[in-house]
Design a protein around this ligand. Structure first.
Ligand SMILES: Cc1cc2nc3c(=O)[nH]c(=O)nc-3n(C[C@H](O)[C@H](O)[C@H](O)COP(=O)(O)O)c2cc1C
Length: 324
């Protein structure tokens, strides 16, 4: 499939996730045949002010492409400037966040709050499209709450403003991540616009991905929580689409070795102190559902050195294999 002039290898994408989709995790997902990687959301204003931490989040490696960088903000001027700055970066796609529910974001009118103001939303979209030399995409929710469901209206505005593809997460802001994602809104949007529609929300298995594609007729799917500790989901979905065969779940060795590799990449990127701490949640996700994993997870949460985490994970793997 294509977004604007960007040819994508497949239609299974990694969702943008703040605190999760940093460079090391993106590289791990790419190895498993993810069709497009999204960065964590980037504050447009901070980018305009040349903030060092923000710039660090924009490091993109050669093997990652194609990559979408996601920006957020509700000031058309800053969003336009940020789009201009991003022209100098190697990402293929520029994505706009209109779905973030976090209080610290919506209190400034950013993220999902922008959906409440379609006129301002249109100004933001126009400013970004005008300043970007790359295709611009938009990610939205269903609406603010059950009384203000306006995803179709925003999708139509987006198409008129020159947006090249639209990702829709079928929950309202008020729902956060609770309840079930509404896939009917994905179908409804698909019927109302002609740019590619990317379905998002509650894809955790190969079966879920096929159901979403069949039920909504969306052009691509985007996976967030289903990829946490489970980057194999991309390969397994693509394999099923190509062959009709479901690959086995990853083995314990694959899980632990990937966790160790991920940790190594995180240490390279963030340094040992930050990486060991940042990796605790990822390690817990890799180990989820494995025998006695709660104990080893709790132990790893107290460890501060790379070597010790690796040794603990290897020891745990040996225990699991002996018991098999
Ligand atoms: C930890 C976390 C961080 C997230 N950060 C972002 C973000 O930066 N930008 C964004 O558009 N959505 C963000 N999301 C929402 C996801 O991209 C996705 O829309 C949502 O999780 C639903 O998809 P899923 O059911 O596949 O997880 C985040 C979700 C989670 C769980």
């Amino acid at each position: 499939m294509k977004i604007g002039n960007v040819e994508l290898k497949n239609k299974v994408f990694l969702s943008p996730m703040a605190g999760v989709t940093d460079l090391p995790f993106r590289l791990i997902c790419k190895e498993q045949n993810c069709g497009m990687l999204y960065t964590e959301m980037i504050n447009a204003k901070a980018l305009c002010y040349d903030d060092e931490n923000t710039k660090k989040m924009l490091k993109i490696e050669e093997e990652e492409h194609p990559v979408a960088v996601q920006i957020f903000g509700s000031d058309p001027e800053y969003m336009g400037k940020a789009a201009n700055i991003m022209n100098e970066y190697p990402n293929e796609i520029l994505d706009i966040n209109m779905g973030c529910p976090a209080p610290k974001v919506v209190k400034n009118g950013d993220g999902s709050a922008l959906m409440k103001n379609p006129k301002l939303a249109a100004e933001v979209l126009t400013a970004v499209v005008k300043n970007s030399e790359k295709p611009v995409t938009l990610k939205i929710r269903k609406g603010w709450d059950d009384n203000t469901i306006n995803a179709v209206e925003i999708a139509k505005i987006a198409e008129e403003c020159g947006i090249s593809a639209l990702a829709i997460h079928g929950r309202t802001r008020e729902q956060y991540y609770s309840g079930k994602a509404d896939w009917d809104i994905i179908s409804e949007i698909k019927q109302n616009i002609s740019i590619p529609v990317i379905g998002n929300g509650d894809v955790f298995t190969v079966e879920d991905s096929i159901n979403m594609l069949e039920k909504t007729n969306c052009d691509a799917i985007m996976i967030g929580r289903g990829a946490q500790g489970n980057p194999w989901i991309f390969k397994r979905i693509n394999h099923y689409m190509q062959t009709g065969e479901i690959l086995p779940e990853p083995t314990i060795e694959e899980k632990i070795n990937t966790a160790i590799k991920h940790l190594g990449l995180a240490v390279e990127e963030h340094g040992e102190y930050v990486a060991v701490r940042e990796m605790r949640k990822h390690v817990a996700w890799y180990l989820k559902g494995l025998r006695n994993s709660a104990r080893v997870r709790d132990e790893i949460n107290k460890i501060e050195s790379y070597e010790e985490v690796v040794s603990k994970l290897n020891g745990y793997m040996q225990d699991c294999l002996t018991l098999e």
